[in-house]
Design a protein. Structure first.
Length: 424
C-alpha cells in the first residue's frame, strides 16, 4: 500500500470506529480503539499488546494496556452495534452456534480449567467461549460471545476476585449459554433465519427443545447413535382393564439409531447434491432425507411436558427431518443432521444449510491466526471481553471491505493488504 492507499484505508477505519465505538464515552478511548484495531490488522505473528505497540507509530503499551484491561467501557454495547451493522450487510442464510478454545498455562487466567480443548483436540488447560455468528457462503461475523465458566470457578472466591468475574456470573452449560445469547440478540431485534450447530449442541435434546420453544428453525448435526422412530410408526396404548391408571400411548417397536435406519435404506436411496463451488471444483456428495419421530427418554419427557394436558398426552413424539450423507466410496453414511424446518424443504436447501458451517471454520482462521483472537495475555474478565470485542470489530471492518463493490481492488484492504504495510 502506498501512502495514498493507507490514508484512504485510515479514513474508512476512522468512520467505522466512530460508529461502532459511539457508545464509548471518551474521545481518547475511541482513539485507542482505532489504534488497537490497526495493531490487530498489521503484520506480525503475535498480537499481544506489547508486540502491537512496538509496531504502531502511535502505539503506547501502557495506554493500550489500560484501555483493554482496566478501562470501564462496555464491550456489549460495542458488539451490539457491530451486530446491528453487519447483519444487513452479510444477509445471513443462517446463524451458527459454535465454541472456541484458548490453550493457557497456569490457572489464574479467567475461567481457565482442564477441559476438552478443540484447538488441541484433547483435554488440556484452556478457556472456552461460546459464540453466535451470522453466516452466508460469502461472509460471516461473530454477533455475541459468552465465556464459559467451569464448575471449579463457581465457588472459587479468590480467583473470581483476582480476575474480576461479576458476582452474577456462575457455571452454566454451553448449550444454555447459546440459548441465553439468542435471547439477548432477540432483545436487540435480531433473530436467526435458521440456526445451525455441530453435534456438540445438536446432540442435546434440551437445546433442540429450547430452539423449538423459541420458534427457531434449525439444522443441527448429531452423532450416529441418536435414536428415532420411522415416520410410519404410531403410538398405541393397550386396552384399559378399568382398574388403575389408563396406560399411556407409546411407540411399541424399539427405536433405531439414525445410522441403522439410514443404512437400511441402502445406497440406492441417496441422491447426489452439489451445495457450493469449492476451491477445487463443485462440492458434492450423496444425501437422503427422511421424516422421523425423535426417540429417547429426554425427548419423551420434553414432549409430554409441552402437551396441553400432560396426563392425557397422545404419545406423539416430535417430528423432524433426518438428513444423512453417504459419500461415494464410503462403506457407510458419514454425517447426520436433524432439522425442524418444514417437511417440504428441498433436499438441496437442507444440504446447503447443513454444510454452511464451513464459513465459520474458514473465518475462525482469520480471527485466530490473522487477528490474534487467542493472543490475549491478560487474565481478567473485562480484559478478555474487551479483547474479543476489538478482534470482532477488526474482523467486521475487513469483512465490510471485502463485501464492498470494489473489494478485490488494491484500495479495499483485506488482511493481506493491511498486513503488508507497517506505515498504518
Amino acid at each position: 500500500m502506498d501512502a495514498h492507499e493507507v490514508n484512504r484505508a485510515r479514513a474508512k477505519l476512522a468512520l467505522f470506529v466512530a460508529d461502532v465505538f459511539a457508545s464509548v464515552p471518551r474521545k481518547d478511548q475511541r482513539a485507542k480503539g482505532d489504534c488497537y484495531l490497526r495493531g490487530l490488522m498489521l503484520d506480525g505473528r503475535r498480537k499481544s499488546i506489547q508486540a502491537m505497540a512496538e509496531r504502531l507509530p502511535d502505539g503506547n503499551e501502557q495506554n493500550l494496556q489500560q484501555f483493554v484491561n482496566q478501562s470501564t467501557w462496555d464491550p456489549v454495547l460495542v458488539r451490539r452495534r457491530i451486530a446491528e451493522r453487519m447483519v444487513p450487510q452479510i444477509g445471513p442464510d443462517a446463524w451458527a452456534v459454535d465454541d472456541v478454545s484458548f490453550p493457557k498455562d497456569g490457572k489464574m487466567s479467567v475461567a481457565v480449567a482442564p477441559q476438552y480443548c478443540g484447538a488441541l483436540g484433547k483435554q488440556a488447560n484452556c478457556q472456552v467461549a461460546v459464540s453466535v455468528h451470522a453466516v452466508s457462503d460469502t461472509a460471516s461475523c461473530p454477533l455475541q460471545w459468552r465465556l464459559f465458566v467451569p464448575q471449579e470457578w463457581a465457588d472459587d472466591a479468590v480467583r473470581r476476585r483476582k480476575t474480576g468475574v461479576p458476582e452474577e456470573i456462575g457455571h452454566r452449560e454451553k448449550w444454555r449459554l447459546a440459548l441465553d445469547t439468542l435471547d439477548e440478540l432477540a432483545g436487540w431485534g435480531l433473530v436467526p433465519p435458521v440456526l445451525v450447530a455441530d453435534a456438540g449442541y445438536g446432540q442435546n435434546a434440551d437445546f433442540r427443545d429450547g430452539l423449538e420453544r423459541r420458534s427457531i428453525g434449525y439444522v443441527v448435526a448429531v452423532r450416529s447413535d441418536v435414536t428415532v422412530h420411522p415416520h410410519d410408526a404410531v403410538p398405541t396404548a393397550p386396552p384399559w382393564s378399568g382398574n388403575g391408571r389408563k396406560p399411556q400411548p407409546r411407540y411399541r417397536d424399539k427405536p433405531s439409531s439414525v445410522a441403522a435406519l439410514a443404512a437400511g435404506h441402502g445406497r440406492q436411496a441417496f441422491t447426489e447434491v452439489t451445495w457450493r463451488a469449492g476451491s477445487r471444483g463443485p462440492m458434492h456428495s450423496h444425501f437422503l432425507s427422511l421424516r422421523v419421530w425423535l426417540a429417547g427418554t429426554k425427548s419423551r419427557r420434553l414432549a409430554q411436558a409441552a402437551a396441553a394436558d400432560p396426563d392425557s398426552w397422545d404419545g406423539v413424539l416430535p417430528e423432524v427431518t433426518l438428513l444423512v450423507e453417504w459419500p461415494a466410496g464410503a462403506e457407510a453414511p458419514t454425517g447426520y443432521w436433524l432439522s425442524n424446518l418444514p417437511a417440504d424443504t428441498p433436499l438441496a436447501e437442507l444440504v446447503r444449510l447443513a454444510k454452511i458451517r464451513w464459513r465459520i471454520e474458514h473465518d475462525y482462521r482469520e480471527l485466530k491466526h490473522g487477528l490474534g483472537l487467542d493472543h490475549f495475555e491478560g487474565r481478567s474478565w473485562m480484559g478478555w471481553h474487551h479483547h474479543v470485542t476489538l478482534v470482532t470489530a477488526a474482523h467486521a471492518f475487513l469483512t465490510e471491505q471485502r463485501l464492498a463493490p470494489k473489494a478485490d481492488t488494491a484500495d479495499s484492504p483485506s488482511t493481506r493488504s493491511w498486513t503488508s504495510s507497517k506505515t498504518c
